[in-house]
Design a protein. Sequence first.
Length: 387
Amino acid sequence: MSKGKRSHQRDGRGREDGPVAPQPLELLPPLLAPRGRTVSGSGCDESPGPRLMPALLIKMINKSRGKILGVLALFLVMVWYSIYREDSFYFPVQENKTVCPIGEVERKAAQLIGNYTRDRPLFLQLKDFFWVRTPSLYELPYGTKGSEDVLLRLLSITSYSLPESIQSLKCRRCVVVGNGHRLRNSSMGDTINTYDVVIRLNNAPVHGYEQDVGSKTTMRLFYPESAHFDPQVENNPDTLLVLVPFKPMDFQWMEAILNDKKRVRKGFWKQPPLIWDANPEQVRILNPYYMEVTAAKLLSLPMKQPRKVKQKPTTGLLAITLALHFCDLVHIAGFGYPDSANKKQTIHYYEQITLKSMAASEHNISHEAVAIKRMLELGLLKNLTYF
């Protein structure tokens, strides 16, 4: 064997055990073949490149036409969906932190609510009844007429002030968290926790639902029948527990609970808690003025109604009214009911009751939906979920 030549021994199958030879041109995939050649099983035939590429492209497009049309249709649906629901989703919190529309809510609320003023206190104070004792024009829930005696006793053991941490805010960014099914699987919890003031309603739970509803509670509006049996579990230690009085018995229930007197058992449509572990310093009595504004100005309800046909605002709409008189920015989440034709859709994020349960209530939810939509249109509110 001459010098410079390498010997390659073959194995029993005729293969060489030496270096691997370059792959023949015939084995290259067609698209990797040299430009201007067409690869066939028998060899390489010269053919012009410009003729091959358009044919291959047309063939690929024909094969993928269904996929391309599907992707295009999906893209168009996503564009339509984002435009249709543009105002329904969360507005970035960072934007709210940098720009505070001070005065805007007041200005727009005055367009909607006649004789709008922020001079009225949020909560009832003892001095307003003991020293001034201005007679109220209406009975509960729109006034305190006829309930002054029990109210005086109740106000002597509760408070009326707002925490300094809220009073000192230059911009009060508030969110009113409804109890609607729309909050389920919404992942809105972290967003809700970023607001300065988080207002919750009735006995809606937080524990176990933090990912969707958050964990922060600044105020919780409730009445005896909707009070949670253990307020320490579902609220923060500094949460203001705001009693919404609908009837004189509500004052009597709260007084008996806080003074550990004999419990009031009659006069409620549902048995309220007989043991309710709450700190009296955290309890507030909502000023019935805000119930009056909600009913008369937002729902156009008469203050005096026949006993058999009484309609009252929901706690949710009342909470929105309160926020409009107190906050510089108001967002809502979890509001809205299922369509009336949807009999099986649950109305709350935490329980399985349906719209049927509202049939016997004194609330006109369709009327309230119109009022909330009107406020959304005016820019008084912005919605974090959809309505």
